[in-house]
Design a protein around this ligand. Structure first.
Ligand code: NOJ
Ligand code: NOJ
Length: 478
């Protein structure tokens, strides 16, 4: 049932940074406990996740969104979920996991070979590789972008490992019409980013920050790969489209409201998303990070301001956040959400994958500051910092800081507070898990009990990603 074997996980402990402690930090006495808890859940999540990869009766490379076949039926391969899970496998650098990426690439070839109602923007496939053709919110053009991002990373690894033939046979070869997986996705994205499509929550049609920031990243990475593989005209074309997307993305920043609005130009789907506050914006930032090409970077003022608005919105929205204020805030998709994991005429709940992504966001943010050696407090991001250290005795001082240099007490305090904020989100996640480490899609906003699809693959992947991100931060603090 489980692939990989326990032994293959031994690599994880040291690599994830467990056991290291932060110098000079007024470390919470529970830091040791959280590391143990994270380590245990890391192993469990790895096995639960592997249960959902190519399970019996499915084609190799299939990532079922969750094992449930009814209420809700998640026994399908979504291009979005599948690509994100595979990208996490690449992050983890575990050979036992990476072997699944090859299956995924070959399955993607099959998916792309079928006629579908929405072309490559088809959101989900049956486990026999055929497209799901029933009623659905389509196209979802984040899918081909995420798949390209993931497979470009994989192609680079293969090239480094001397597997160029496999890359040009399956992943990227110049020439049109495109014959390889990445090239097909890049052609699709570069010709369709201007169309309206459905958002990652599959509900509203328009232009979405999430879809577009990932499309931009796919094209940027695609251009680099094309250049490396002797396809310069294509590289220029992808770069040009990425540049145009960059301009479009600026339209999502609403300076008056102080946040990045998730959807503009709505022309279909649900009509009750009035605020435009949506955590998919933060997910988009997180999944599109690239140190070589900072764009809506994780520490961009506009991103921090958006994160703060999201945080205060969800803190107030869900009862459970009042009942246990010491745990991190449980965070859902967007405030007007009506999907409770089964039906869409109720009220939304906090999600595991999103709460874990907020932990991830905080770890990555602190890492960014450590790497750049300073924190700059500006009028736009000051609120974010203030809410971060709300409970800290140094709170009153922050108003006066603006350029905090690495090594200063203020810098250390903020980095430590950001790490702790990340840990609080992870504690929230672990608090609502089942005793056996199962993690569904949502946890109830009032009672805290899990609901929606059980053992959602993406939930486990988000947990792994966040834990790994914490490890990188801790190692950078040594
Ligand atoms: C299932 C989708 O995956 C979910 O995001 C959506 O809210 C409901 N269907 C309603 O469209
Ligand atoms: C519903 C989520 O809204 C969507 O993002 C996801 O792709 C599907 N469920 C499958 O997990």
């Amino acid at each position: 049932m489980l692939r990989g074997g326990r032994g293959s996980l031994l690599w994880a402990a040291a690599w994830l940074g467990f056991g290291f402690h932060i110098a000079d930090a007024s470390a919470k006495s529970v830091q040791g406990d959280i590391e143990l808890a994270l380590k245990q859940q890391f192993e469990i999540s790895t096995y639960k996740l592997l249960d959902n990869i190519s399970p019996k009766g499915t084609l190799p490379g299939t990532v079922i969104a969750a094992p449930s076949r009814a209420e809700p039926d998640y026994f399908f391969h979504w291009t979005r979920d599948g690509s994100l899970v595979m990208s996490t496998f690449l992050d983890l650098e575990n050979p036992a996991l990476i072997s699944h990426v090859r299956d995924f690439a070959l399955l993607s070839e099959i998916h792309q070979s079928h006629w579908t109602p929405a072309g490559l923007g088809e959101p989900k496939y049956l486990v026999n590789g055929e497209p799901f053709t029933g009623d659905w919110g389509r196209p979802q053009n984040d899918g081909p972008a995420l798949r390209a991002i993931t497979l470009i990373r994989y192609a680079r690894q293969l090239i480094d490992a001397g597997e160029m033939d496999w890359v040009t046979k399956h992943l990227y070869a110049s020439g049109l019409p495109a014959k390889t997986v990445i090239k097909k996705d890049l052609e699709y994205v570069s010709h369709h980013w201007m169309d309206t499509d459905f958002d990652p929550w599959e509900e509203i049609r328009g232009h979405h920050f999430f879809n577009r920031i990932l499309q931009r990243r796919a094209l940027k990475e695609g251009a680099k790969l094309a250049r490396a593989l002797n396809d310069p005209a294509a590289a220029n074309w992808y770069d040009l489209q990425a540049k145009r997307l960059g301009k479009e993305l600026e339209r999502h920043w609403d300076a008056r409201r102080g946040y990045i609005v998730s959807t503009v130009d709505r022309d279909g789907g649900i009509d009750y998303k009035l605020s435009g506050i949506d955590t998919s914006v933060i997910l988009g930032v997180l999944y599109s990070q690239d140190a070589q090409d900072p764009f809506f970077d994780i520490h961009d003022d506009r991103v921090l301001s958006t994160a703060e608005v999201i945080l205060s919105t969800f803190r107030h929205l869900y009862n459970l956040n009042h009942v246990q204020p010491s745990l991190g805030v449980g965070i859902g998709r967007y405030p007007e959400d009506r999907y409770d994991g089964y039906r869409t005429d109720r009220s939304g709940n906090p999600w595991f994958l999103i709460t874990a992504a907020f932990a991830d966001f905080h770890y990555a943010l602190a890492k960014k500051w450590v790497d750049q050696g300073a924190i700059i407090v500006t009028p736009e991001n000051r609120k974010f910092f203030n809410s971060l250290i709300l409970s800290s005795p140094t709170h009153a001082q922050l108003q006066y800081w603006s350029y905090l240099k690495a090594g200063s007490i203020e810098f250390k305090t903020l980095v430590q507070a950001t790490l702790e904020a990340g840990d609080d989100y992870m504690r929230r996640v672990m608090f609502h898990l089942d005793t056996d480490g199962s993690m569904s899609e949502q946890f109830n906003r009032d009672t805290g009990f899990m609901q929606g699809a059980p053992n959602l693959t993406w939930s486990h992947a988000a947990f792994l990603r966040a834990t790994k991100s914490r490890g990188s931060l801790i190692r950078s603090l040594k």
